[in-house]
Design a protein around this ligand. Sequence first.
Ligand code: G3P
Ligand code: MG
Length: 238
Amino acid sequence: MKASRIIGHRGLASLAPENTLVSIKAAAQHNIDWVEVDASILGDATVVLCHDDTLERCSNSQGSLLNITSEHLPSIDAGRWFSEEFSGEQIPTLTKALKLISSLNMGLNLELKPQEGISPQKITALIHPTIKKHWSSSKPLLISSFDHDILRYYRQLDLEQPLGLLYEEIDSDWHNTMQELNAVSLHCDWECLTPRLAHAITAAGYQLIVYTCNDSSAAKELWGMGVNSIISDTPHLL
Ligand code: G3P
Ligand code: MG
């Protein structure tokens, strides 16, 4: 499984409210064939697309995701903060997002967010069945997380699933962790990547994926370093 060269960040976050169905559709409309979205958990164990563990930044509501349930979703506006034209857009459940992405024939990088108040093991146990039920194993799916314990639990539940290790800064133990988790890709902040590290990662046979690059000349340099995929808010411009 190889990710596309260009991956839309949170859908197509520069043109539509992040982590919503309309953002995923916007990516498809711009011929972006892979999206990255973030998975988080609500108080009733519903898995939704949301980057933060609180509602303030990306909706008209407040407080922790763990204080709401799926029943609250229809009354929360997750589009208007971005622009009036997206008023009424809802925080999607992971189930709805998987069905849409699948119907659009897109590849998916699902980032599992660590969340205060819920253990890595529980996060994994809640998300894994939803994926098994609503995503065909023949379609491209890459699961990533900054929380490597989440990935450890995921690996225990699923020996085959392609996993990607997310790093803010790559530590000296990256190769051991990649091997331990049988991961296929390493994802890092493009601004922290050096040519030497890029070479070491790709020479070891791993896909190298960087986030979140919105600058065409930087992207050219990254391709030159051997980066395989770029996650971008402006994938249509790269
Ligand atoms: O998965 C790459 C990127 O999305 C990680 O950072 O904070 O945008 O989820 P963040
Ligand atoms: Mg993300």
